[in-house]
Design a protein around this ligand. Structure first.
Ligand code: DOR
Ligand code: ZN
Ligand code: ZN
Length: 388
């Protein structure tokens, strides 16, 4: 079959190493099928699912459920397990069993493992099993139940702040433990300039430390919270322009390896409450590429080549994915077609995922994925409705 893609970009399938598919336990927000549809519509052919489900994968049972439910979906769905039982930070989960079942990483995302002895033990064990440890770095006593970044806007809006120190302290400790144990540490969703500096220093020492940043932290700042929009409530919180500048610089200089969405769907009835009561989280699989293309590539802040490196090659390396396109091994290249001219307004109707807590609703974006090809199958094709 010949597909005409004149005037379009043919790129490697995007890989998102940080998604919450809410399955099992919170399937009113998303499930493996709806999350996969959102991923494919966003041009992604690979995702790493986070383990804050109910029940959580602190043993192999949920991994087996995931495997069964995802086996017929044309998307490379990768599994992570919990660091601690019930993500409670006390007892280690069954790493060997998780790895045997197919987990490629462990994380307590949403919670930082506050007990240093528990985290050290986890990192020793992970090093022995060659498991990637992903840290959600936020020291809870300093974070002090804040709801947005602590600074000018938290004062003006009268909201409790989360100091940048909460993230920085956590990253510092985790890197020191990486140094002690030799384990592979991946710092999720960096949001501070000091965090970038700490990761850069760790890399300079030759430690196996990698890091990611989200589209929302690269494009939005806490100033956007002036209207108390709960779709902008996220953890770590949106920070000031100065921090954002350091994130972009870190990305360009190679300190930050990966862009990952932290796709965190929540139902409208959960988000449409008083700011303090709303859950943290931004959904973003479908808008990630057009947001980054419109705000960074077209504005000449990053090249398309570098953007693709952060969304394909680097996450594949960190997750140790087999080389794509090795046809002798029955592995075809996963591909995405981007229409660099297509301009669409983000609306709830445009989004195929179950939840609509997207912070870019109402924005007009350019550079949408129009076709996603997984292992030789057209897994997604965008159908344009009405007059463009
Ligand atoms: O904003 C967030 N939402 N941060 C997290 O770490 C967890 C996530 C979620 O699961 O909703
Ligand atoms: Zn997190
Ligand atoms: Zn997350």
């Amino acid at each position: 079959e010949v597909i005409d893609i004149e005037g379009k970009f043919l790129i490697p399938g995007l890989i998102d190493m940080h998604v919450h598919f809410r399955d099992p336990g919170y399937t009113h927000k998303e499930d493996i099928h709806s999350g996969s549809n959102a991923a494919l519509a966003g041009g992604f052919t690979g995702v790493l699912m986070m383990p804050n489900t109910d029940p959580p994968p602190d043993n192999a049972t949920v991994i087996y459920y995931w495997k069964e439910k995802s086996k017929s979906i044309p998307l490379n769905i990768l599994f992570s397990g919990c660091i601690t039982k019930n993500r409670a930070g006390k007892e280690l989960s069954k790493f060997y069993e998780l790895k045997e079942a197919g987990a490629v990483a462990i994380t307590d995302d949403g919670n930082w493992v506050a007990d240093g002895a528990v985290f050290r033990h986890a990192m020793e064990y992970a090093a022995a099993l060659d498991l990637l440890v992903i840290t959600h770095a936020e020291e809870p006593t300093i974070a002090n139940r804040g709801v947005i970044n602590e600074g000018y806007w938290s004062t003006v809006l009268g909201l409790r702040g989360i100091p940048k120190a909460a993230e920085n302290i956590a990253i510092y400790r985790d890197i020191e433990i990486a140094k002690m144990t030799g384990a592979k540490l991946h710092v999720a969703h960096l949001s501070t300039a000091e965090g970038v500096r700490l990761v850069a220093a760790a890399k300079k020492l030759g430690l196996k430390v990698t890091a990611e940043v989200t589209p929302h932290h690269l494009v939005l700042t806490d100033e956007a919270l002036a209207g108390y929009d709960t779709n902008l409530k996220v953890n770590p919180p949106l920070r000031e322009a100065e921090e954002q500048k350091a994130l972009l610089k870190g990305l360009l200089e190679g300190v930050i390896d990966v862009i990952a969405t932290d796709h965190a769907p929540h139902a409208s009835y959960e988000k449409n409450v008083e700011f303090n009561d709303a859950p943290f989280g931004i959904e973003g699989l479908e808008t990630a590429f057009p947001v980054l293309y419109t705000e960074l590539v077209l504005k000449k802040k990053i090249t398309l080549e570098k953007l693709l490196l952060k969304m394909t090659v680097n996450p594949a390396k960190i997750l140790q994915l087999p080389k794509q396109g090795d046809i002798k091994k029955g592995n075809y290249a996963n591909l995405t077609v981007i229409d660099p001219k297509l301009t669409l307004k983000v609306s709830e109707e445009l989004l195929v995922g179950k939840s609509k807590n997207n912070p870019f609703l109402g924005r007009t974006l350019t550079g949408w994925p129009v076709m996603t090809i997984y292992q030789g199958i057209v897994a997604y094709q965008r159908i344009l409705k009405g007059v463009q």
